[in-house]
Design a protein around this ligand. Structure first.
Ligand code: NAD
Length: 352
């Protein structure tokens, strides 16, 4: 019916996309969730809404124009939000091709599907439609000790991952300028929180610390990232979707710059209190410095004042509250983690 709002989300079985879908479906909006279910896609994460009528999951690739033509005509969503991507920098160094295929070719396919659907709309449906592309601050390259990335910072991607995301951002921009597609782009800093795949720094360190294994830290541990709690990122995306100006980009950040070694130490001290090592040693004793990632950007920092001033968004969590909540979540959701680590989270997609 006309008063039920429907959004089409891609990549909604991944870390941020699934957090967004959970928040959105609980918030009363219908979501059509299209995800290819690569290694990063996890249907376990969507279990809380498995029986919810407002959620439809479809396994599919964002470049599949036939599938999207069909889904868009059937559900007539008022927005498309694109989370689908290959997202892990280290994997992009080992094998960049998959990053080009999904992040560049895939995004192009999705933009063409969105454009054709938008052109078919009339009246208010056409006026209300928008395409939101979720991207990263890594497109801006690296910073020295001073300064922050703003929306005006020139793109200078340094990894195959960030180069592929930069290309996708440019395609979104071009579809706005060339075809008039109503687009929005968000460029966000490092996310952390529930349901993050344990190859990423924070969940990796939590799991290894729980197992009493060594905690690998790249180089000298002094690389700086801005950290944003995933729930705050999801609120920002919704805010931009509902109130952002078409064709604009918005930086999203947590105002929480930390060196990697500080992040690891924060996790260690939280675990010391609740899960002491059997050796009696502090968890920090497990830290091991490993050979740096090639081309490792030194510092990222985000100026999110445009989003704050124009749309009134601010993060609700500090790094300290967010990391405490995250460590708690991993401690109470070890079944979710173990099913990722032993591979059983992939069984469902195979229909086993
Ligand atoms: P993720 O790797 O956890 O999830 C990506 C999801 O996309 C997976 O479920 C995967 O199955 C799906 N997918 C991959 N290729 C696909 C394809 N061709 N078609 C359909 N689905 C496909 O990633 P994430 O950390 O949740 O990141 C989501 C988005 O946010 C990405 O675009 C990423 O670039 C961006 N981002 C991430 C961060 C971060 O810190 N994680 C920060 C800023 C921006």
């Amino acid at each position: 019916s006309l008063d039920v709002r429907t959004w089409l989300v891609t990549g909604g079985a991944g870390f941020i996309g699934a957090n967004f879908v959970l928040q959105t479906v609980v918030g009363g909006i219908c979501v059509v969730n299209v995800d290819k279910l690569t290694y990063a896609g996890n249907l376990d994460t969507l279990a809380p809404i498995a029986d919810n009528d407002r959620h439809r999951f479809v396994q599919g690739d964002i470049k599949d124009r036939k599938l999207f033509a069909q889904l868009l005509a059937e559900h007539r969503p008022e927005a498309i939000i694109n989370f689908a991507a290959e997202s892990h920098v280290d994997r992009s160094i080992d094998g960049p091709a998959a990053f080009i295929e999904t992040n560049v070719v895939g995004t192009l396919g999705l933009l063409e599907s969105a454009r054709d659907y938008w052109r078919s709309l009339e009246g208010t449906a056409r006026d209300h439609f928008r395409f939101l592309h979720v991207s990263t601050d890594e497109v801006y390259g690296t910073l020295g000790a001073e300064g922050k990335f703003t929306e005006a910072t020139a793109y200078a991607p340094n990894s195959p991952y960030s180069a592929s995301k930069a290309a996708s951002d440019h395609l979104v921009r071009a579809f706005h300028h060339t075809y008039g597609l109503p687009t929005l782009t968000t460029n966000c800093s490092n996310n952390y929180g529930p349901y993050q795949f344990p190859e990423k720094l924070i969940p990796l360190v939590i799991q290894k610390a729980l197992a009493g294994e060594s905690l690998p830290v790249y180089g000298d541990g002094m690389n700086i990232r801005d950290w944003l709690y995933v729930g705050d990122h999801c609120v920002a995306i919704r805010r931009v979707l509902e109130a952002g100006r078409m064709g604009e980009t918005y930086n999203v950040g947590g105002n929480a710059e930390r060196t990697n070694i500080d992040v690891v130490r924060a996790i260690c001290s939280l675990l010391d209190a609740v899960h002491p090592l059997s050796s009696g040693q502090p968890h920090e004793s497990l830290i091991t410095f490993v050979k740096d990632r090639p081309g490792h950007d030194r510092r990222y920092a985000i100026d999110a004042s445009k989003l704050q001033n124009e749309l009134g968004w601010q993060p609700s969590q500090t790094f300290e509250t967010g990391i405490a909540h995250t460590v708690d979540w991993y401690l109470s959701n070890q079944t979710w983690v173990q099913r990722v680590l032993d591979g059983s989270y992939r069984m469902e997609r195979l229909g086993v």
